[in-house]
Design a binder for this molecule. Structure first.
Ligand code: HEC
Ligand code: HEC
Length: 213
């Protein structure tokens, strides 16, 4: 990428940040609420700043959206909008944006990301995933923890109701399991699972899941 392009790109990002700032204080929220704004354009120009152009983010703290189920994605966008997801990152990053989206735009964005191809999981040399793998397939019956595969699928691929967790970003996975355990993210069936998990089990699962295809 040459300098001119870099400058242009920075200018675009800055411009969009200003636009988002304006939206956050409610001045120009109509721009994003307009269903005529194609979802793909919104995804590429706004959401991509954090989630990557095709829903495959670079930073491990931002969730991967590519290949996630459409029903799950629209449910979560609604949960941000209604403040049912209320952990710190949800408030800081997703409350403002989701408030500007109407149901039609949410549906179109969810379809867009469900159609994107999840990037190949990165492999982490030296990290042992056997504890996580064991928990994923068999749970921990002694502590009443069910197998994740029972709901999230044999390969963690998810379904309409259950999110894909295979290949999700490790930092994000860790964070969500903790937030659900704390109750700052309302997810009743999942909360019953994490309530019995300790931090070491959460870490082992995040390490295992992040490298699954
Ligand atoms: C400034 C960064 C940023 C931008 C821009 C952004 N997001 Fe997010 N998004 C996040 C963060 C951080 C989270 C995780 C929130 C949490 O921890 O609860 C998230 C979570 C999500 C989730 C939940 C994923 C899951 O697996 O549960 C969806 C869906 C989502 N964003 C969609 C979007 C869409 C659509 C847009 C554009 C309209 C967008 N985001 C723009 C930062 C961003
Ligand atoms: C009884 C069914 C069930 C079982 C078993 C289960 N989950 Fe879940 N899980 C869910 C549901 C439902 C959600 C979505 C919650 C929501 O709508 O916000 C979820 C959400 C998650 C999320 C958040 C995903 C995201 O994109 O934000 C993670 C991470 C997760 N589960 C990991 C696990 C792990 C690891 C296990 C095994 C220890 C497990 N789950 C077992 C039902 C289950």
């Amino acid at each position: 990428m040459n300098m001119t392009k870099t400058r242009l790109h920075l200018a675009t990002v800055l411009g969009l940040s200003l636009l988002l700032g304006a939206c956050a204080i409610g001045e120009r929220s109509r721009n994003l609420a307009d269903p005529a704004v194609p979802a793909a354009m919104l995804a590429e120009q706004v959401c991509s700043i954090c989630h990557g152009v095709d829903g495959n983010p670079v930073s491990p703290t931002f969730p991967r959206l590519a290949g996630q189920s459409a029903a799950y994605l629209s449910g979560e966008l609604q949960a941000f909008r209604s403040h049912q997801r209320s952990d710190r990152a949800a408030r800081d990053y997703m409350w403002g944006i989701s408030r500007t989206l109407n149901d039609a735009t949410i549906g179109a964005l969810a379809d867009y990301y469900a159609r994107q191809v999840p990037a190949r999981a990165r492999s982490v040399a030296g990290v042992s995933v056997s504890t996580g793998e064991q928990l994923f397939h068999h749970g921990d019956p002694e502590h009443g923890i069910p197998a994740c595969a029972g709901c999230h699928g044999e390969r963690g691929q998810g379904s309409a109701v259950f999110p894909r967790i295979a290949g999700q970003q490790d930092g994000y996975l860790r964070q969500q399991m903790r937030q659900i355990r704390l109750g700052s993210r309302a997810a009743p069936s999942m909360q019953a699972v994490v309530a019995r998990m300790d931090d070491a089990q959460i870490d082992a699962l995040a390490d295992f899941l992040a490298v699954q295809p």
